[in-house]
Each structure stands twice: as structure tokens, then as C-alpha cells.
Design a protein around this ligand. Sequence first.
Ligand SMILES: Nc1ncnc2c1ncn2[C@@H]1O[C@H](COP(=O)(O)OP(=O)(O)O)[C@@H](O)[C@H]1O
Ligand SMILES: [Mg+2]
Length: 331
Amino acid sequence: MPLLEIENLTVSFQTAGGQFTAVDRVSLHIEPGEIVSVVGESGSGKSVAMLALMGLLPWTATVTADVLRFAGQDMQTIPKQELRKIIGSKMAMIFQEPMTSLNPCFTVGFQLTESLKIHLGLNRAQRKARAIELLELVGIPEPQKRLSAFPHQLSGGMNQRVMIAMAISCDPQLLIADEPTTALDVTIQAQILDLLLKLQKEKGMSLVLITHDMGVVAETAERVAVQYAGQQVEKQPVKGLFSSPHHPYTQALLNSLPERSDSKILPSIAGVVPGQFDKPKGCLFSPRCEYVTDHCRTTPPQIGPESFGRALCHYPLKDGKPTNYPKEEAK
Ligand SMILES: Nc1ncnc2c1ncn2[C@@H]1O[C@H](COP(=O)(O)OP(=O)(O)O)[C@@H](O)[C@H]1O
Ligand SMILES: [Mg+2]
């Protein structure tokens, strides 16, 4: 049985400019102990999808899904009290910005022991011992001393380690890491990724790694879902995705990897992810796609429920070339 089942998750926000669909029919299955990556540029709805799963979105959000199940429990009908027991213990999340996720007014020790009190009901001495053990586990030197430090007294990398310690404090079955290294220096990024992978292995937990960096995907995940403007455009095992991407967006992301480029200038994808007011009528990627046709501009591509290994594209790529491509469009 999959640990996490998401089918056709859709999130729309009520805004001053009307309804805005930030997540559009996203599906994801995660097996126990598996690492899955969700990749896509900023604004693709990666964070919103995960926050929806955890019930952490503001009231302006409308969340619907055919299936939203964690460890066999229906997250849509589960009583609030039960949900609160799961979030932060069985299912935990690490956020992009450690400095905004930690409370600047409380010591590291206090923040770390709060969830131990709430979720595990440990007494004071047990909490302190466990907090020290956790800080040691995430590689913080002199953990005893660090307990009384405030977040601003630690570096970004150390704070992110504290966040990870908090996230794993109740031995979650599922850890969602939302761009856990984006705010950090490059050298620290690799350390934090290594730490996450080490903990994932040791604890046998499932890991959802959200990133905008294909390089991170290559080093970590087994399966990847590529998300663009709220839609999943492609899902594949990592190997297949790198050797044979089916969606032009995936291909463009891969082409912007330094190691894949032989030119002196790093290729980037021109344009930005469409937001509320510039959503194209047809395929959402059409304004930025090098293979775009009139058909793409007017007709949104559809994908069946069995979407694994397929792409949300009228002319999915095979061996780097679009298939069923109209002759008159071929350059
Ligand atoms: N509370 C909100 N109200 C309205 N729009 C939102 C809200 N939160 C996020 N969005 C919009 O949803 C889209 C997806 O955001 P997000 O999930 O943060 O993207 P990502 O994590 O992929 O960078 C963005 O266009 C963002 O502006
Ligand atoms: Mg995000």
C-alpha cells in the first residue's frame, strides 16, 4: 500500500482578481521508504500542493481531490484533531527559509522540545536528552550549548539543521523537504542534502524533495514529477527523465544544467511561469516552448489518469524530437 496517495489535487485561491488555480489536478503516489522529487520553477504550485496536503493553507484556498490519503487515512474527512496529531509527527515538513520558519523569540532548545512535549508527551528531562540527541544526529557541534542559542546566533546552515532536527523529532513516516537548500550557500547545500539522504536511509522514511534544481534531482531521487504552472507535465524514473525527457519543459530544464551545455553562455528558458493574469488559453507552456504550433496555442493538452511515463504535450518528445509533429512546423 502506498504511504501517500494524491489523485487530482486541485487548489484555487479566491483573490481580488477572481479565482486563481494554483494547483491543477496533480497526482502523486509514494511508497514507504521512497524518495520522490517534485521539480519546477518558482510559482509552479509545488509548495501550495504540499501545504494543501497538510491542511496549512489560508481560508481563501479551495482544495479538492479525488484521493488524498496518508497511511490509509483519508485526509479530507479526517477530524481536525486527528490531523493535528499527524502533522508534525507522522508527516513533517522542512521549509525553504529556516530564518522565517524558526521563531526568533525562542531558543533552539525550546522550539525543539515543544513538539516533543505535544506529540510524544515526554517529561522535561527526557525532552532535553532527546533534543541533544537530535542536534547530534543532524551534525550540530556542542549540542548541549546550542540548546540555549537563539536562531539569529546560528548560521543559515545550522538553522536548517535545527529545522531538520525538529522535522524528524517524532520519527515521521513522510518528510516533505520544500527547497531545503535554496536559501543556503552552495557548499552548505551539498552538506544539507547529504544529511537528508543519510537520515532518510537510516530511518527508512519516505522523502518528497521539492526543488527547482535538476542537479539536486539527479543526485537524490528515484522518481520525479515535473510541475509547471500548477500542472504536472511529466512523471518518470530519474534515469529515464534524464536520458529521454518527454516534455519540452523538462528538456529545457535539463538543457539549462551547466554540465549539459557546451556553450560558454548557460542556456535559460526565456520568459516566466504564467500567473493569475497571463495564463495562456492552450498549453500553459506554449509561450515559452520551442516546438509551439497554433494547435498548442488554442487547445490545452490532456493526459489520461495513467500518466506515469507520459507527458502533458500534443507532441511528446521521443529521442529529443517531437512526435506527431505537423510537417509544415518542422524547421
Ligand atoms: N495565499 C495565496 N493566495 C493567492 N495566490 C497564492 C497564494 N499562495 C500562493 N499563491 C500563488 O500560487 C502559485 C504557486 O505558488 P507556490 O506553490 O508557492 O509555487 P512554488 O512553490 O512552485 O514556487 C503562485 O502563482 C503564487 O503566487
Ligand atoms: Mg515553493
